[in-house]
Write a new protein. Structure first.
Length: 313
């Protein structure tokens, strides 16, 4: 793999962290050998720092910078070792990401003042790629926001859960960049934070964190709205069923009474028994309705029958 030489730094881009060309740049210590052994396809970010010897500080690890929302095993990992004098990484698959332009990144690295700045340029471009993907995610989030108003159903709730899962993945990705940003300041001191590329990448990471946190709040509000609407609908259904059951109680009671098959039932021989029975049923139902309305137990139940939550017919 090529070694990219700039004015003040060199970037050794090797095929894999397990190959000799990558290992030859690394200090020989047990922690580093253990990291390489675990770095083939890690499921979580790995980060180590070495600050024992003044002037020979270094950080190394593995960063998951791309993760598919559909498959847990579909991810891209970036392995790196960074000291003041040496910067070596595993190969980055630029062709898989249209937002990672290698030639532009190399031109930007020409002005880097140190290997730390070269590292921050790479991290910054990876975060920029995430921001581009978040933009398309924002469009889907906007559509979902209006779908809650127009079609609040089980399918919409499923979409909300998918969006929430994606946000958790974004947060997990960005957390790795945040940790490296903090580790670089911890390892190499405050001086590196004054460099242009460090500040630019730090701001970019902060912007990414702000957006994802804002989207998380939006989704949580969506879930709250969904719960409120679902509870309201459930309560309306139960109240409506209760009122209807109560209103039909006289009909069922009188019908049960006159539906008995006893031989000695004088009402059966009344000339106007049928009409009288209807009048009794209607009157008792009407007075029961007035009683419920006077008590305020009817609310807007009867008015809301046949309407949806938004008040549309």
């Amino acid at each position: 793999m090529p070694h990219h030489t700039f004015k003040h730094a060199v970037w050794h881009e090797e095929e894999s962290a397990e190959e000799y060309n990558f290992r030859k740049f690394l200090p020989k210590n047990e922690k580093m050998q253990n990291w390489i052994g675990k770095s083939k396809n890690p499921s979580v970010n790995i980060l180590h720092t070495h600050t024992v010897e003044r002037g020979k500080e270094s950080i190394w690890g593995s960063l998951i910078y791309r993760q598919s929302a559909k498959s847990e095993d579909s991810r891209e990992v970036f392995h790196f070792y960074l000291s003041r004098d040496v910067f070596v990484t595993s190969a980055i698959d630029f062709e898989k990401d249209a937002y990672l332009e290698k030639e532009e990144i190399l031109r930007q690295m020409e002005e880097a003042n140190s290997s730390v700045e070269v590292m921050m340029i790479i991290l910054g471009e990876m975060v920029a790629s995430i921001l581009h993907k978040i933009d398309s995610f924002e469009e889907r989030l906007h559509d979902l926001l209006w779908a809650i108003k127009e079609k609040n159903n089980k399918k919409t709730l499923g979409k909300i859960e998918n969006v929430r899962h994606e946000i958790l993945l974004w947060k997990h990705l960005i957390m790795g960049f945040q940790e490296i940003e903090m580790a670089i300041e911890e390892t190499f001191g405050k001086n590196v934070t004054e460099e242009v590329e460090y500040q630019r990448t730090a701001v970019r990471i902060g912007r990414c964190v702000m957006l994802v946190n804002s989207y998380e709040d939006e989704v949580n509000n969506m879930v709250d709205i969904e719960n409120v609407v679902a509870n309201y609908r459930g309560n309306e259904i139960m109240k409506t069923l209760t009122v209807l059951t109560t209103l039909f109680t006289p009909i069922m009671a009188w019908g049960a009474l006159w539906g008995m098959n006893f031989e000695n039932m004088p009402e059966l021989k009344w000339q106007f028994g049928y009409v009288g029975a209807l009048l009794v049923i209607l009157a008792s139902t009407f007075f029961l309705y007035l009683y419920l309305k006077r008590k305020g137990w009817m609310g807007d139940i009867l008015q809301s029958i046949g309407k949806n939550v938004s008040g549309k017919d």
